[in-house]
Design a protein around this ligand. Sequence first.
Ligand code: B1M
Length: 212
Amino acid sequence: MFEEIRHELEIGNAAGVKELVVKLLEESVLPKRILEEGLVSGMDLIGAKFRKNEVFIPEVMIAAKAMHAGLDVLNPHLAKSGVKPAGRILIGTVKGDLHDIGKNIVGMMFRGAGFEVVDCGIDVSPKSFVEALEKEAFDIVAMSSLLTTSMPFMDETLKLLKSEGLDLKVRTMVGGAPVTQDFAERIGASGYASDASQAVDKARELLGIVRV
Ligand code: B1M
């Protein structure tokens, strides 16, 4: 049935995914196994295909929607059985920038990989990122930018994190069409990813999560 979940995810059949998750729960399969061997594994396959240009943004979004349908059923059972998320990620589009399509896809892929994601939206100032990090604990703060004019706010956010001593508590990730590995290194971000699938790999790498 795990194979079936992966297939239903790939074709974006939300009702099919939901039904299979319910069936597996009725058969007393552990929620953690359903998450890892069904949903996360299915989204990993989509991510790999996206990287090879075998599927494109619309397919990824449809698969992510189907994954959410499965997660809605599974989440209360995961919580009851004490399964912890892979990590907590705060994501937002930086100040001056209203583009959110890519950021939303990255957020969906993070969720599909078992991370808990808090999305602080668009046009997020350095101060707002810092305030969110002071309120709650996160493992990673992930910033998206689509404009060359908003990229400097990634740098400013990192500087403010550092001056508040938060850089020792949280990893930082940057991405978005104009952002490069070189830029990420220059501003001292912990990681960079060029697309949603690589963002998942990078987040796992930053938190030392190994998937076999
Ligand atoms: Co705007 N826009 N836009 N726009 N817009 C671009 C980005 C632009 C390249 C178009 C162009 O001129 N060719 C250009 C930027 C030029 C530059 O600075 N280099 C541009 C401009 C100039 C503007 C305005 C200034 C236009 C104006 O008003 N004169 C204005 C700015 C508004 C603002 O933000 N303050 C503006 C406005 C808008 C709309 C509101 C109309 C709309 C946004 C709607 C929305 O997001 N809700 C819009 C759109 C749609 C685009 C284009 C057409 C598409 C962007 C997109 O959604 N791509 C874009 C041109 C283009 O890219 N062809 C353009 C699809 C998305 C899935 O890809 O966001 O790259 P992307 O995300 C990818 C990766 O980048 C990566 O993963 C995602 C999935 O694989 N990724 C990350 C993203 N974030 C990541 C974070 C990570 C890791 C990976 O880690 C944290």
